[in-house]
Write a protein that binds this ligand. Structure first.
Ligand SMILES: Cc1ncc(COP(=O)(O)O)c(C=O)c1O
Length: 464
């Protein structure tokens, strides 16, 4: 199976498909869609949810099959982001005129607030921003971040503990690169964000997933973490509010997990990129606030993307002990250097400017959250816990599997996502991409009317 997003922009039908269907062989498919969009059969997603690469010679499953592969094993084994693949598929279909409603994207649909854009316009006219600047970030931005994290953790955070990165993703990769050696293990609570395992594997370390299902509200117990611990365990990953589940850990849960990590000398990498998006009065709790003794063995990650509708600006950060931040800064100095000066100035305006625009977006997300939960609860076979953070709903869809929909057998959540995309023209990301088969992720960062229309289509399809 191969990924080739170009294929979905070509018109073809069952008789002229250049890619054999992994699921149905030569079985005829419905002909009313010109663009075939079967995520699994066409190779955007494998049936286990992994996204395939374009070249069999760099197969992740058998890296030894080609003695002189053109791409290194480590990089060749990287799977393209499933969430971006689903989003790209939906966007390509839309561009081709299909009325697709996309619940795949992990980004706010709002424009960046005006005062932030205005600051960037002015920054672009300032010649000081036309030159290289310090790798670790502009001093004013590092100072603002240090103050902000001093507030959220209750600790005295120094600007030397801050590194400004090209988005949260670079912070994730650099943190693992700085902390991990080959053979190390990272305990990774599942469902997890799809990028973590890839970043971990690039270091030669291994992820050890700990699955917490819907029956435990996707929150792992300390007993489960303890069962996964070995003498190689180096890091525990925390992500609250969570992508993909929208779960926010309670202060008690954060404290209990943090104390366990402290007791066993395990580093905590805590991704707090959704920290300002919580609902129903659910407080965000930083692990450093709950367990300040972890200060020497914790790295906080974040960025402006989600809270300030700034996904395209690419500003994130790492906050941690000075030695780790210094080492990561050295790495970044050879990798990307500093973040675009104009984007840094925009990020400073975001952090220090008025909070009303952010609150307006949060209120809109909250309204959409309640709407999507109400709607998804009406889909036959879906179990929908109410998320209290981020902008994702993550129903357990296992009761909707093992049946035939419009003549097609649906046994996995990847197959269900494919059928929903083809037959209802609604894009959602299958749980396999998050280490949690039997689920679908719906981002509710889209207009209320689209949420209603999209989930109504899913209700109608699965009610047939
Ligand atoms: C949990 C989590 N962390 C980090 C990121 C990275 O965000 P960015 O690189 O856009 O700043 C994302 C983006 O989807 C995310 O969901």
């Amino acid at each position: 199976m191969r990924i080739d997003l170009r294929q979905i922009t070509r018109s073809r039908d069952a008789d002229h498909s250049p890619v054999p269907s992994a699921r149905g062989g030569g079985r005829a498919r419905p002909s009313h869609l010109h663009q075939r969009v079967d995520l699994a059969a066409e190779g955007v997603l494998c049936h286990d949810g992994r996204v395939t690469t374009d070249d069999a010679s760099i197969s992740a499953t058998n890296p030894h099959s080609t003695p002189h592969a053109r791409v290194s094993r480590r990089v060749g084994a990287i799977q393209p982001s499933a969430t971006l693949a689903v989003d790209a598929t939906a966007k390509a279909l839309k561009a081709a005129g299909r009325p697709v409603i996309g619940f795949g994207a992990g980004e706010p649909d709002f424009p960046t607030p005006g005062h932030i854009v205005e600051e960037a316009v002015q920054a672009a006219q300032d010649p000081r921003n036309h030159r290289y600047s310090a790798t670790g970030g502009q001093p004013e931005l590092k100072q603002a971040l240090a103050e902000s994290f001093s507030g959220s953790t209750g600790l005295e955070i120094d600007p030397a503990q801050v590194l400004v990165t090209n988005g949260g993703k670079q912070a994730v990769f650099q943190t693992f690169a700085t902390l991990l050696d080959p053979g190390d293990e990272v305990i990774l609570p599942a469902p997890y964000w799809t990028t973590y395992p890839e970043a971990i594997r690039q270091t030669g370390a291994t992820e050890v997933p700990v699955l917490a299902g819907v029956e435990q509200n996707y929150v792992p117990t300390v007993e489960q973490l303890e069962a996964a611990r070995t003498e190689r365990t180096r890091v525990l990953l925390l992500c609250s509010p969570s992508n993909p589940t929208g779960v926010v850990l309670t202060p008690e849960q954060v404290a209990e997990i943090g104390r366990w990590a402290l007791e066993h000398g395990i580093w905590v990498v805590t991704d707090e990129i959704y920290q300002s998006l919580t609902y129903e009065g659910m407080p965000f709790t930083s692990v450093l606030k709950a367990v300040p003794e972890l200060a020497e063995t914790t790295v906080l990650l974040g960025g402006v993307a989600k809270s300030f509708a700034m996904t395209g600006w690419r500003v994130g950060w790492m906050v941690g002990p000075v030695d780790v931040i210094k080492a990561a800064t050295n790495l970044q100095s050879h990798l990307t250097s500093h973040v675009n000066n104009i984007a840094q100035r925009a990020a400073l305006a975001a952090l220090t400017g008025p909070s009303e625009p952010v609150e307006e977006m949060r209120v809109a997300f909250d309204r959409r959250r309640r709407l999507i939960v109400e709607k998804l609860s009406q889909v036959p076979g879906f179990t929908v816990p109410t998320p209290t953070g981020a902008f994702y709903a993550f129903p357990d869809v296992s009761q909707a599997l093992g049946r035939t929909i419009r003549g097609r057998e649906v046994t996995t959540s990847t197959e269900l996502a494919t059928v929903i995309l083809e037959e209802a023209e609604v894009a959602a990301v299958p749980g396999e991409a998050f280490g949690a088969p039997g689920h679908l992720r719906f981002s509710y960062a889209l207009a209320d009317d689209d949420i209603t229309e999209g989930i109504d289509r899913v209700i109608a399809l699965l009610s047939e």
